[in-house]
Every structure is written in C-alpha cells, then in structure tokens.
Ligand binder design. Structure first.
Ligand code: AMP
Ligand code: MG
Length: 623
C-alpha cells in the first residue's frame, strides 16, 4: 500500500489520570515531549500525521498539525479520538497510535497494511506474544478504513467505550509483532522517569528513526541529528555565587522575585507633573513643591497646577504620570514654565515591572550565563544561582608520529598540535578538562587510555586513528568498549568520525573520535562535538548562521558540506563581505588561524560566484 493513502493519528486526548491529570504526550522524555518520539517514528511510515488532543491545543500545534479535539464530549477515551481522526481523515486509511508509545515499530504501517490487503479487511491491529504468555492485543495500534466511521460513531452513541468493542461489526485482523517492548506505553510519571534514566536509547534505536541511513555516506545534518538524539543531558546541579555563574549553564528557570523596576519612576532629570495639566496650544506654568532624588520615596503629592523636581530613577509622585525634561523648561523662583506641546501625557515615565514582572521567568534553564545576565540577576537581588556542574571531558591524541612540545622532533615526526587546539576549544566551552597526552598506536595503550577516560569523565575526545588508513584496532577497541559507530560524513574537511558511548567498570562516557588532521579536528569539534557537549550540560546554544556576500568565486561540489575558512570584512559598499583564506587543505592550521569565520557551503550548494550570498559562522561572539 502506498504510504500516502494512510494518515497517521496520534491519540493524545486522554485525561492522563494515571499521571496526575497531566497532558501525557507533552511530558518531557529524553529531551523532547514524549509524543514527539511517536510522531517522529510514525512520520516516515505515512503520508501525514495529525493529532487528537483535548487540551493545550497550542502546544500540540507546535508538535504537529493539524490537531483535532473529540467530537463526542466528555473525554470518551481513545475511541472518541479515533472518531475525531476519522472525521477529519482525507485518505482512505487511518493509522492510530497512542501518544505515549515512544518505541513504536518502524514497520507498523507496512505490516498492518499488508494484512488488510491480504484479508480484504476493514481494520488491522497489532498483537504480541511473549514466551509462555497469552497473546497481548494492542487495539490502540490500528489501521482503519476511513469509510467505517459511521460504525464507530454509532457504537459511541450507544455508549460503547471499549477500544475493540466496535470491531465486532467489522472485518478485523490481528497482526503479530515480535517485539513487545515496541508497544510499551508509559503510564506513570515514575515510569517515565525510570525509563528516561535507565534506558538511554541505543545508537541502533536512534538511527532507526531516520528514513535512510548509510554510515559510509552520512549527510552532516543526519549525523548532527543522531548525535542530538543520542546524547542526553546529565543532571547534576550545584549552587554558585553570582559572579561564578559567568559562562555556566543555568540549571533551573530563574523566577523574578520582584517587579523591576519596583516603582513607576522617571526616565529623565526634570519635573514630574500631571498629564492633565498639559496644554497643546499654550505654555503651562506650574509651581514646584519639592524634589525627588533617585532612591528617595516621593513624599509630596502635587495638586493640579503643581509639579515636583525629579531625578532619573526617582519614584513618580502620586498623581503624576509625565516628566518634562529640565532643558525644556524655564524656571523663575519656584515656578517653571514649559512651552506648548513639548511633551505629551505619559512621556518619560517608566512603569513598575516594565523590565520584569514579579513571578515571571527572568532567565530560562539551559541558558549559558553572559555578562548582561549577571547584571540582570543582580538587579533581582539574587546572590547565588543553581547551575549545572561543569562537564568533565578527557582527551588525548593518537599516533606514533606525534611528539609533545618540549621533545625533540625525530625524522618523520610532527608535534602534537591537536591536543592544544582541543584544549582551547574545551576551555572556551567551560568544561573541566583532563589532558591525557599522546597515546601510541598500540592496542593495549589505547584500551587503557579509553577505559581510564571513561571512568573519569562524562565525555571523551580523541583525535586520529579513525580514518581508513589508520591501524584498525583503534576502531576495534572503541567498538568493543561500547555502542560506537564509525561514519564517513559527507563533508570537507573531516570525513571520518567515531561516535557513541563506551563503558568501563560500570561507568560510561560519550565518545567523539575526531579525525587526525588539524583543521578537520576543529571543524568536526565545532559541528558535532560542541553542540553535544553543551547539550550534555543541559545547554542549548546553536551556532549563529549569518549571511555575507562572497568576495570571490568558490569552487564547491554539490553532495557534501564544505567548511571553508573565511575572512569577513566590510566590502567597498560597507556591506559584510567574506573571502576565503588561501589554501584550504585539511592539514593547514594556519588557514584557521588567519580566518575569522567559517563559510558553510551546504550539501546542495554548487560553485559560488563572486557576489553570491553564503552562510557564515563568525569565530568570535560579542559576549
Ligand atoms: P590519522 O587520522 O591518525 O591517520 O591522522 C591523519 C593526519 O593527521 C596525519 O597526517 C597525522 O600525522 C595528523 N595528526 C594526527 N594527530 C595529530 C595531532 N595530534 N597533531 C597534529 N597532527 C596530527
Ligand atoms: Mg594516526
């Protein structure tokens, strides 16, 4: 059956009573709303996906569109959701799955469709049979002929609520599936929590969500997606004093305990007055009855025809709603005169809570704290904040030809530069680093280094030894120690990459085996490891992709992503213009050093002509 004949339906309309009446599918699970997992697994199997939900419709719309509420009132269960789906289904078949089935089979549609075709049935649903157990039907996982809607509506009108109750009127077939775990649904918050901690996804599971996967020719985007899915944040929180939070990741939302500013106040040095005293057609003269400095509460209350001298930040006196800047008035004794129309009522007044309202989130969890954030936290009177503990990252270089700085350079040897580059990049990310030096191309030395790194760090970065030419045992050992995959990525520089998680003595760590070439190391670090390390630490900080005009022509082959080193400057017309640094060889570190940005030429892109716009990522951020 052609998949475009099937509409997928996520059943999310329940009360979630076993979860304490929360909207189940929206609960976070492995880094995203639980239903998102089901949606992502269903999407490649069907023409389109819709959702049945009865609450939080806006949030559901962010996950998938369209979203339909029950037609039969009173939370009549999954059948009412199925009914809503069938009413709005524009294809001959509807495939329903519950929103809390993050492991649903990737061949669900295919197998149910084969069964209805074979038996000329109205409906097919899944059953599993575990050894020694009775068959377990999963009627909520069903493929239904859309034209059977009247049968279902009739059953609901008669008060029927059982998911499989209305099958009696239909030709329904059972389809056996082997993997009972794939139909596992998550009913309680505890279950959700346990699963989240004890069953991190395997690479195979993550990769299974991609519609096509070829480790030998993996697009950059897919590699990034797999890494993002596989890497789950480590939750470890510590409290630090305000200043020490700079560069750290906020562990919780920071809720403002106060209104900022706490009072209506003046934005100018001048005179606070009643807007109703202003005239647009004639000058106004007012009596000055007192002065308010910043930090003093306003003691005086001007009557009509009166005003108060006020400094910037001074609390607005009662009854006043406008401030005339002092340079606009002429003063004579205790009288001031302002010309017609210099200000309008309400001018130059800041409102209480204009910056932040008490109870509203001032900063969100996951934010990397920057200088203005420190200031903002201080403005809220917050002396310490909860941050993620620093991520511990161990790294080493591999290669018999490598010499460390300080050693004599023998025939055919090179100094180990990657360790220094990696040191710098990790330091800038705010990691705690463990420098393990150079490890020889020797199986035992490599295994020892990997195990020790794994037992002492959250993540491991290695360089060298993952390309085709290198001694095979680097890969063998990495693979033997855990769930590691070896990719050839459609990119330049930096094709080979090892990625996964290894285990040793009950500890585990994420592994990035970067290529050996010095530029390839940096590029792979920035485009694969960086985001993963931030994510492990609970932070979201995507690299900002900007556009600039290319100053010259650039040769580029479609079908792979190229990262070229560029120098961004103002062009002759003042607009940003980027030029590629001389040689782009993957071993030429000088090209990185001279560059101030990376030019990103995406997969589809071909040759660039002078004057074309290209994507760039600047090396230095403002903060
Ligand atoms: P490999 O992937 O181990 O075959 O290394 C590829 C190239 O990168 C070789 O020319 C290595 O000498 C070079 N290389 C590997 N590791 C380093 C390092 N730590 N510092 C400088 N060059 C390296
Ligand atoms: Mg090597």
């Amino acid at each position: 059956m052609d998949k475009t004949l099937i509409t997928g339906l996520i059943l999310a309309g329940g009360r979630g009573s076993r979860m304490g009446n929360v909207d189940k599918g929206l609960q976070p699970f492995r880094g995203k709303p639980m239903a998102r997992h089901a949606i992502e697994r269903l999407l490649p199997q069907v023409g389109s996906v819709m959702v049945n939900a009865n609450r939080n419709l806006e949030r559901w719309l962010e996950l998938a569109a369209p979203v339909w509420a029950d037609e039969t009132p009173g939370f009549a269960g999954p059948l009412a959701g199925l009914e809503a789906g069938l009413i709005h289904c524009a294809t001959p078949w509807l495939l329903a799955v519950p929103c809390d089935s993050p492991f649903l089979p990737l061949d669900l549609a295919e197998r149910l469709a084969a069964a209805v075709e074979e038996h000329d049935a109205d409906l097919a649903f899944a059953v599993t049979r575990e050894a020694g157990m009775r068959p377990q039907p999963h009627p909520v996982f069903c493929l239904v002929k859309a034209s059977r809607l009247p049968v279902l509506s009739q059953y609901l009108r008669e008060g029927g609520r059982r998911m499989d109750g209305w099958y009696k009127e239909l030709k329904a077939v059972e389809v056996p599936f082997e993997d009972a775990d794939a139909f596992r649904n998550i009913n309680t918050l505890d279950e959700l929590h346990d699963l989240d901690l004890t069953r991190p996804p395997s690479l195979a599971q993550v990769v299974g969500c991609l519609s096509s996967y070829d480790p030998e020719a993996l697009p950059v985007r897919d590699a990034q997606r797999i890494i993002r899915e596989f890497v789950q944040p480590i939750r470890a929180v510590e409290k630090v004093a305000l200043r020490a939070a700079l560069g750290r990741v906020l562990a919780h939302d920071v809720i403002s305990p106060i209104d900022v500013p706490s009072h209506d106040n003046s934005a100018m040095d001048g005179f606070a007055l009643r807007g109703s005293d202003l005239r647009s057609d004639a000058p106004v003269t007012l009596r000055v009855i007192g002065t308010t400095f910043a930090g003093n509460a306003a003691a005086v209350v001007p009557a009509p025809g009166e005003c108060v001298r006020i400094m910037t930040g001074g609390v607005m006196p009662e009854g006043c709603d406008s401030v005339v800047p002092q340079e606009f008035v002429s003063q004579d004794g205790d009288m001031v005169t302002l010309p017609a129309g210099v200000i309008r009522p309400g001018d130059n007044r800041r409102f209480a809570g204009e910056d932040l309202k008490a109870g509203s989130p001032a900063l969100k969890a996951g934010r990397v704290v920057r200088p203005p954030d420190l200031g903002m936290l201080a403005s809220l009177g917050i002396p310490e904040v909860a941050v993620q503990r620093r991520l511990r990252v161990a790294f080493f270089s591999t290669g018999d030809e490598l010499r460390s700085v300080g050693e004599p350079l023998g025939e055919g040897c090179v100094y180990d530069s990657n360790r220094y580059t990696i040191y710098g990049m990790l330091q800038r990310l705010g990691c705690d680093i463990i420098d393990m030096g150079v490890v020889r191309d020797d199986p035992q030395a490599l295994e020892e280094a990997l195990r020790s790194a794994c037992e002492n760090a959250d993540a491991i970065i290695t360089s060298g030894g993952v390309s085709v030419g290198a001694a095979d045992y680097t890969k063998q050992i990495m693979a033997r120690l855990g769930d590691v995959t070896f990719w050839k990525i459609g990119m330049r520089p930096g094709r080979p990459l090892a990625f996964g998680r290894i285990n040793s003595n009950g500890r585990s760590a994420f592994l990035f085996g970067l290529p050996g070439n010095p530029v390839a190391v940096m590029v792979s670090f920035y485009f694969f490891a960086r985001e993963a390390l931030l994510r492990l630490n609970g932070a979201e900080a995507p690299l900002p992709l900007l556009r600039a005009r290319s100053g010259g022509a650039i040769r580029k082959k479609p079908g792979r992503t190229e990262y070229q080193r560029g120098i961004l400057a103002r062009g002759s017309d003042g607009a940003p213009e980027v030029r590629i640094t001389g040689s782009q060889g993957s071993g030429i570190l000088r090209s990185m050093s001279e560059a101030n940005c990376m030019v990103v030429l995406h997969d589809e892109q071909g040759n660039v002509a002078a004057g074309d716009m290209v994507d760039i990522i600047p090396f230095e951020g403002l903060f």
